[in-house]
Design a protein around this ligand. Structure first.
Ligand code: FPP
Length: 233
């Protein structure tokens, strides 16, 4: 295994709307193009030896967008899960969904249950799709589960540490090594706050639909030149 390869890469896929507006297209066309970029990018990244790719597909706050845009994104996700199931199985990719179930439509819940069930035995890499996701919400939801287990005598407080806390998150994933955000915004935007603790950050002005394999390789090269200290010297 390549020691220099990040185990867990995360991407805030930003700029779909601006990509479309710049071309005189509807925002929805930007999301469609973004979904095509993600498909190719995910295969490329996992093929390179990255074990986990986490992507921000829809935040808890994204429900504030117009009904039309929310509906388009939900339909796109359902379509994507149905259409790409074969591909994920062909490439042995396990799909995980992280986020709150509440507020999601019945057909979206069915689609996410199906894709997770039918890819659960794949072990060639993980695509973790954050959907109706917020980082603070994830920590709050984990804390509630912890309080419950404590109350029911299933957990002793002395046992709680970074590793055991992580088991209460939506999915128990390794820390993020490299976070990429596209479109020139320099924010974390409530994304995977627990897992990002010591992540290296990479920002690019490229809008997500244009963030292709070659540009990922440039980000990877940049990451591989960095010296990670984890608070040490
Ligand atoms: C941010 O761009 C992007 C989103 C809110 C949605 C991300 C979704 C995709 C890339 C496609 C669907 C995903 C899957 C898994 C099929 P923005 O709309 O905020 O762009 P803007 O900042 O330019 O307006």
């Amino acid at each position: 295994m390549d020691e220099n390869m990040p185990k867990h890469v995360a991407i805030i896929m930003d700029g779909n709307g601006r990509w479309a507006t710049m071309r005189g297209k509807k925002r929805s066309e930007g999301h469609l193009e973004g979904s095509k970029t993600l498909k190719k990018l995910a295969l490329h990244i996992l093929k390179k030896g990255v074990k986990i790719l986490s992507v921000f597909a829809f935040s808890t706050e994204n429900f504030k967008r117009s009904d039309e845009e929310v509906e388009y994104l939900m339909n796109l996700l359902v379509e994507y899960f149905k259409k790409e199931l074969k591909l994920f199985n062909k490439y042995n990719i396990k799909v995980l969904i992280s986020g709150r179930r509440e507020k999601l439509r019945e057909d979206v819940l069915e689609a996410i249950d199906k894709i997770q069930k039918e890819t659960q035995n794949n072990d060639g890499g993980i695509l973790n799709i954050c959907l109706n996701y917020g980082g603070q919400e994830e920590i709050i939801d984990a804390s509630k589960k912890i309080a419950n287990d404590y109350k029911n005598g299933k957990l002793k407080l002395e046992e709680l540490d970074k590793e055991s806390f992580s088991k209460y998150l939506y999915n128990d994933l390794e820390p993020i090594d490299l976070l990429i955000r596209t479109s020139g915004e320099l924010r974390i935007s409530n994304f995977m706050l627990f897992q990002l603790a010591y992540s290296e950050l990479y920002f690019t002005n490229t809008y997500f639909p244009d963030f292709k394999e070659k540009e990922f390789d440039i980000a990877l090269e940049d990451y591989q030149k960095r010296i990670r200290r984890f608070g040490g010297v």
